[in-house]
Ligand binder design. Structure first.
Ligand SMILES: [Zn+2]
Length: 190
């Protein structure tokens, strides 16, 4: 592989580094207003060697400039396609599929979390044994973390809550109800 970098660290007979000429070509191509007022530009205008090298560099630069100026057609439905793709991914990540004989429905994760949170609140209001629920929904089902009130027999309270949630999700989703896990992760003041 030829890694010759077009001699941009070469110096011309007049002492001008080729790299500076290349920078001048780029500045002119970009139409920088100060491109032609630099010391180098003034020298180049009176130096045949620099002008020759500048022409070579400019002609090498030309195809790049042409490509850069080319208008690339944007596919007409690019934005719609991208948004649709995003919506599909988002849907997959934030919903739970409930499959039943004859079809399936999708319940958004947010809706399931709200439902479970409400059920935990109902349960807590009736028993005063648990509180501060955190609800997580994953592919494995619903995980509820709660704090048990001090003095409560934790396994009993957790199991009672779990049975309450299983019953209510069964009511809503039938055989497709997600699994429920209850974790007691904290203790509430008595
Ligand atoms: Zn020169």
């Amino acid at each position: 592989m030829n890694l010759d970098r077009s001699g941009d660290d070469q110096v011309l007979a007049c002492g001008t580094p080729v790299g500076s000429l290349l920078a001048l070509v780029a500045d002119r191509a970009a139409r920088r207003p100060d491109a032609d007022s630099s010391t180098l530009a003034r020298h180049v205008s009176g130096c045949a060697g620099c002008q020759r090298r500048l022409r070579e560099l400019a002609s090498g630069w030309e195809p790049v400039r042409r490509e850069a100026a080319r208008e690339v057609a944007v596919p007409p439905n690019l934005v719609e396609e991208a948004l649709h793709g995003l919506a599909t991914v988002r849907q997959r990540e934030t919903s739970v599929e409930v499959v039943e004989a004859g079809g399936s429905i999708r319940v958004s994760r947010g809706a399931l979390v709200l439902l479970v949170r409400q059920e935990v609140a109902d349960f807590a209001a009736g028993t005063s044994t648990v509180g501060r629920p955190t609800v997580r929904v994953s592919a494995d089902g619903v995980t509820v973390e709660v704090a048990a009130r001090y003095g409560v027999r934790v396994p009993l309270a957790a199991d009672a809550l779990r049975r309450h949630l299983v019953a209510s999700l069964d009511e809503h989703f039938g055989t497709a109800a997600p699994a429920v896990r209850v974790l007691v992760t904290d203790v509430l003041e008595p």
